[in-house]
Design a binder for this molecule. Sequence first.
Ligand SMILES: [Zn+2]
Length: 243
Amino acid sequence: MENKNKTTMIPRSERGILRHAFWQYGKSEQNTSLNLYGPRTGPVDILLIAAMHGDENETTVILSEALRRIPVGGIKNPVILSVNPDGALQGTRSNTRGVDLNRNWPTANWAPDMVYHKDHGGTVQDIGLSPGVSPGSEAETQALLNLIQVLQPRTVISLHAPLACVEDPKTTPLARWIAKRVNLPMVPDVGYATPGSFGTWSAEQDIGIITWELPSEPLADMIASHTPVLFELITGEYESGLD
Ligand SMILES: [Zn+2]
């Protein structure tokens, strides 16, 4: 289908630099700037976020690739390239206080028990992290929570890796569109309990939540297949493709 409102892509030779201005929505536990690209007031349709887990840096890279193809002023839906920059810098899933930020949200089912995850490629969930001393205890969680209250997104798209699926408890048209475009299966949940997760918190706030789990594929392949879809989500072009 011809889309007359298509955003002109930045030419390849100029895609090396991230030219969009960012706004600091908070600071991490290590005082690192937490940055937002695009509109800073709401309501917005979609907020796209990456790397709540610091060892899932591919999520930051493919989202950055999409941002760098968009002309300055062309961001309709705001973007966070790294929710957990300290974790990304030290290569850990957790933040620097050993907290899994995806278990630190003030949900009805938050629990103080250690949370266990798999290693890369492993099959047993036996590596322990803290959910925080209390719900919302971490600076990164608080900053994002406050930002979401300001932005009032209808849907948050949270990028993770490497489970290769699109998770949406409500199987919305938007999630189905993404799953079809990137050729990943749609699932209602990841199949294990996630107390205190960002997804559970969003659902409790009546905010749509789509967890986009990248596959375990070479980065170049994902830039080819996933980045164009992110481009359409950030610029708002996806709207013409929904059923
Ligand atoms: Zn993750």
